[in-house]
Structures are given as C-alpha cells and as structure tokens.
Design a protein around this ligand. Sequence first.
Ligand code: DMJ
Length: 588
Amino acid sequence: MARRSSSSSSSSSRWRYLHPAYYLKRPKRLAFLFIVFVVSTFAFWDRQSLVREHEAETSKLQQELESLRDQLRKAGVSVHVEEHTSTKNSKVIDNGNAWNGEMDPINNERREKVKDAMRHAWNSYVEYAWGKDELQPRSKSGVNSFGGLGATLVDSLDTLYIMDLKDEFQKAREWVATSLDFNKDYVASVFETTIRVVGGLLSAYDLSGDKIFLEKAKDIADRLLPAWDTPTGIPYNRINLAHGNPHNHGWTGGESILADSGTEQLEFIALSQRTGDPKYQQKAEKVINQLQKTFPSDGLLPIYINPHSGAASSHSTITFGAMGDSFYEYLLKVWIQGNKTETVKHYREMWETSMEGLLSLVRKSTPSSFSYICEKNGGSLSDKMDELACFAPGMLALGSSGYGPEKAEQILSLAKELAWTCYNFYESTPTKLAGENYFFYAGQDMSVGTSWNILRPETVESLMYLWRLTGNKTYQEWGWNIFQAFEKHSRIDSGYVGLKDVNTGDKDDMMQSFFLAETLKYLYLLFSPPSVISFDEWVFNTEAHPLKIVARNDKVEDVGEAAEAKPQSRAVIRPFGRKQGRYSSIDN
Ligand code: DMJ
C-alpha cells in the first residue's frame, strides 16, 4: 500500500509541470522555457529556408543544364556527356517523340558516314569547280548552270554549318564576302535562284548571324523583284540579273509555271522579316491572294497560269510532280512559318482544300497495293508519278497534326503508304536507285519510265519527316539503304554523279547542287536527334534550307518602301566564335 501511495504521489507531482500555475509561481523557469521555444523555432525556420534555397539553386542549375543540353543538340554535338551528368529525366521529349537522350551508336556511325560523304562531295567541288555553279565530276571541271552564282557553294553553306564542318564553312563564307557577284548579264530562273541562292543565304544568316549573308540575299532578291511587276502580281519566271527585262519561257506559250510562281513566299517573307522592308513579302503574298480569288473547289491548279489575267490554263496538267509540287508545299509551310496564326489561316485552308484534291488523285496498284498519286490531264487521270512527288509523304505527315484526330490519322496513314511506294521506286531497280518517274499502267504495279537518277532528295526528305513525326526507325533503315546505293553507284573519286540509267548503272557527269543542299542534309538529319534543327523552331524551304520561325510582323505592310531597313530582334545560333552554339538575341 505504502508503495502504491508513493507512486501515485510521484505521478501527480509529474503532471504539476503541465499546470500553468506552477510556472506563474516560478518566473525564472517560465523565462527559461520561453527562451528554449524561441531558439528551437529559429533553428527550425533556418533549416527550412536552407532547404528552400538549396531547392531553388538545384532547380536553377537544372534549368541551365537543360538549356546547355539543348544548345549542344542544336549545334549538332553528341549529347553523351550530358546524360551522364543528369540524375533524372533520362528521356528527352522532342516534337512528341521520345528520344532516349543517348545517341544510338548505329545512328552515330551512320551520320558520320553521311558527313564523310558531304566532305567528299565538298572537297571535290573545292578542288575541281571552286566558285562555279556545279561540278562535273568525271570531267573534273566546273560548269555555270545558274549564271555563275556559286550555286553549289551557296547551296552547301547551311549543310556545312549543321554538320559542324567549320573550316569548310569559313572558306565558303570568305568566297561569298569577296567573290559572289550578282551583277551578271544572265537570264536566271526566278524560282531556282530564289530557292537555292536567296534560301541558302538566308539560312546561312539565320544559323550564323553573319550579316554578309543577309546583305547578299537582299542584293539578289532586289534583282529578281521586277519579275513580279505584272497586272496580276503572278511573276514572270525569268529575268536578266543585270538588266531586268522579265519574261516567260517561249515553250510555255507565255504562261507562268505554277511551282515557279508560288514557291518564293517562305524566302521573301523571311527576307522582309529580317530586313524590316515589306516589299519582298508583299510581292510574294500577292501571288497567293490572286490565286485564292479563283481557287478551284478541289484545290488543284494546272501547271500553267496566265500572269496577265490570272487564269489557269484548263488544258494543262495537274500534278504533284514537276512544275506543280512546291506550290502545295509552300501553302503549308507559310502557315507554319507564320506561327499558324489567324493572319496565315488562308494558307492552311487552301492547303487543306488541295489535300482533298490530292486524295482524289490517289489510286492503289495491283497486285501489291502501292498507293500512288496520279496526274490529271483535262478530265482524265494518268497513272504516272514523278519521283519529285515523293516530297508529298513528308508534307502530309508535317501537316497532319493540324487536323482533328480522325482526319490526322487518315492523312498520316496516306503519308506512310506513299512513303512505302517511294521507297520501292528505289528498291525495285537493279541499282536500288529510283528513276525520274514511274508508270502504273492500268493500275498495275510500278514500272520505271524515265530511267535516270540525278541524286534527287524527295524520298529521303519524306523519310526524315516520317521518322521524326512517328518515331518509327524503319524509315531510318530505308534511308540507310538508299544512302548505301548512292555510295555504291554514284560515288567516284572526284565527287558524286547521277546515273543515266538506274537499270544499267551508267553514270552521268553532274553533281547537282541539291545533292549537297538537300539529299545529304536530310540523310544527316535522319540519323540525328530530332532537336537538331527542330520542327518547332525551323521550317525548311523546298531546297532544304532551314529558315528560323520568328514572330510574324504584319505591321511591316504599313511601313513605306523608303523606310530604313531595321531587322527585328531574332534568335540565331552563333557559329564558331566565343559563344559557340549559343542562342542570343541580336538587335541590328
Ligand atoms: C530541288 O531544287 C528542289 O527540291 C525543288 O523543289 C525540286 N527539284 C529539286 C530537287 O529534286
């Protein structure tokens, strides 16, 4: 009992510490308790803010790391190192595709092989055709097929830059600065000069930020501009670079060609954006406004248009191949270049209308079910498809995401089917290189028509788009097979040649400038991460020259022609200087 009463008294004495009266009677203890409370609250708060500061610092470092990784990828540098330093998020999402952040060793090896091909093509041009338009590899000489504008050199600038061929790029840049002269008494194609020269120079400017390229682009564009001075604004397709005097080819009966007249919008809009001078954009966009007035319900325009009346010649061919192709391509791409805003909505609407027209031209062959795009002459379809029309799968894939889900699926499926057909244009010949065009006589499987191959890019272009947009590596395999066929049949000691006949492998004597501008660039990108020249930031002109997408400045139209050129602030990748590969905003 005694023990129980002692324990009960000690427990009641323990509870007395919780009673406020206890402390009121003992102020020293109350003060002590207060101090303990204040000190521990401060210690806790201090630790929490340290954690917060640490988290903020970590997140800032993470952001910097992400930005550096992005810059490395944009500069085309392998990103092995970055992934080792990253502790989480080893997946990088690019354009909706999961890219595992590691360069696949096979892709790495393949893109090095493509880079080696570019080096070989370029070195051969330097050695035998420096400053000339194109190299004739078997004759080991140069030829001025574009009036002596250094077409191959200008067409190659951005490919050299993207492949990080620094010395080669610098040497080409010096030639542009010191020797590129447009004051030539030469009747040039407005279309070819725009897509290769204006496009090539603008792309080199966007990539490097070097103003010499912009100055030269402006010079040549100013010489082309009088071609648009027609009653409708639809341009003449030829002009003398020194004296003007625009006109059309005799063999078109004085008509303008659809592709030649509607494939300058990307370049001329970009030029207005970069110079602040609206006149280029105004001329090029007026063409589309004019064509929109009489745009047919199926969106399919014949290849000849009268520059005086604006009337399309109803007896001429409708095609997604030669002379029609890139008109449709630019409807979509101007919409992308214009950030898909309300101002450029009519481009997208016209493109969608034309894609309904394209669907009406698609047939399937027997027995292999190859989808192909027919041509149309008058009211009747012809079972013929140019290799040139093989840009269409890439264009369809690129435009598919602008539709609602069901239509997007239909358009993407068609893109995949057409890409399979185009790949088989290559696979079906003894050399595994495609002919210039194919017939599907009475709906039967393909047979080669014109059997030359001039190193064209359209199929590998589409494979690059489809690989990026679907993530399906099969397209890389197909591209690799095509590249190997070029290596086997077209590579010679002094460059790359086309084939006179894909059945026999007989060689021609021309290294087309688009082989370096397009074919090799698209192959290189096919084996590179999708963030190298990403579709979110760049749009490729029809000669594969990437143009940076910037804010569309439609106020430009209110500015008088005499207004001082004032380029807008824009992002560029600096080339090889102190801020290598770094995006920076430039105000000129
Ligand atoms: C290039 O000049 C361009 O791709 C153009 O749009 C079509 N022809 C050649 C390549 O084949």
